[in-house]
Design a protein around this ligand. Structure first.
Ligand SMILES: [Zn+2]
Length: 340
């Protein structure tokens, strides 16, 4: 079921969607692009994900297997045309499913690449030629455990500079992830990033309740990735609700990595009774989903088209984008609702 084809519903397929939490997956994406060019098949992620679910214990052991396979090599990514092409692949896939807004999360040291934002906008322009409704934004992920203080400072300076060129937000990944981490560095970075207008989100609460309360104290934080385990603790649910943050909810990712045992056991209903949510794909190539599929799964779990439209509306309200783009997207959404 988690990886099965799900029959699409024409109303859900046509519904405007937003994906606020999608990682770059540069190598799986570039492999697809190169496979198309070379007329060969791309890496079989379905087989990989099925194997992951049968052979690896749920939770952290499965998460640690993400991003470990590189079907396309780093030197191919260094070519500007290839870099643009895999971002196009990501945006095209979402736009074909009805996405009108996609925030792409870039990791490693993307913001230190001098032409990073201009290449990102080039990919967006090319996709807009095919899907005029699509807006794309770029978010940088601080992988706190991987860098020393000096490198983190360089990355922050890169973000501050890229903010001028349109970078819209930052995200935090840290170690340890499933037990309480030290958030001092994240607070420091977030404060300075928020001061230049960058939106702030953080991963927390995917496999345990650890780090949710700490993440909610991040300066400028308006969204939180996963928070799936918050339902185990009424106090955390209350904290989430009063904080006003939006939970970036990735149903298939939570099932494939084993944060929950199945779609039907996913606490999305319980979450949505107290907090606003957005539906997201997280790592769609590796876990074999798309944003259209995530909305279809939510519909199968009982979310009506009107509720799903409200999910998109909320996502746009809390998206890391300019006021002008936000207004245009909300107008488009209202017009779509009126035409139904
Ligand atoms: Zn994520």
């Amino acid at each position: 079921m988690p990886l099965a084809e799900i029959e699409s519903n024409p109303i859900i397929a046509a519904l405007p969607k937003a994906d606020l939490h999608i990682h770059q997956e540069w190598s799986p994406r570039l492999d697809r692009v190169l496979a198309r060019r070379e007329g060969r098949t791309s890496y079989n992620w379905r087989h990989w994900a099925e194997q992951l679910m049968t052979e690896t214990p749920p939770g952290m052991p499965r998460l640690q297997q993400l991003g470990r396979i590189f079907p396309a090599a780093r030197d191919a990514d260094a070519e500007a045309e290839n870099f643009v092409a895999w971002i196009e692949d990501l945006l095209d896939e979402a736009a074909a499913d009805g996405a009108i807004l996609v925030e792409v999360r870039f990791g490693k040291e993307a913001v230190l690449q001098p032409d990073f934002m201009s290449l990102f906008r080039e990919a967006e322009r090319r996709v807009q030629a095919r899907h005029p409704r699509l807006c794309a934004e770029a978010v940088f992920v601080f992988m706190l455990g991987r860098y020393d203080r000096d490198r983190l400072e360089q990355l922050l300076q890169g973000c501050i500079q890229a903010a001028d060129e349109g970078l819209s937000g930052i995200d935090f990944l840290y170690e340890p992830y499933d037990t309480e981490a030290d958030w001092t560095t994240a607070y420091h970075i977030a404060k300075r990033a928020a001061a230049v207008g960058l939106g702030i989100t953080a991963h927390a609460g995917e496999f345990s309740t650890a780090n949710i309360a700490a993440a909610l104290c991040v300066p400028g934080l308006t969204r939180i990735g996963h928070a799936t385990q918050a339902v185990r603790d009424p106090h955390l649910l209350e904290l989430l609700a009063t904080s006003g943050v939006t939970v970036e909810c990735s149903l298939t990712c939570n099932v494939v990595l084993g944060a929950v045992a199945s779609y039907t056991e996913h606490p999305v209903r319980q979450l949505v009774s107290g907090v606003a949510i957005a539906l997201c794909t997280d790592d769609p190539v590796q876990i074999c989903t798309t944003i259209g599929r995530e909305y279809t799964v939510a519909h199968a779990l009982g979310f009506s088209p009107a509720e799903l439209l409200a999910v998109t509306r909320n996502a746009i309200k809390v998206a890391f984008t300019s006021p002008k783009r936000r207004n245009e997207l909300l107008i488009e959404l209202n017009q779509w609702g009126d035409s139904k």
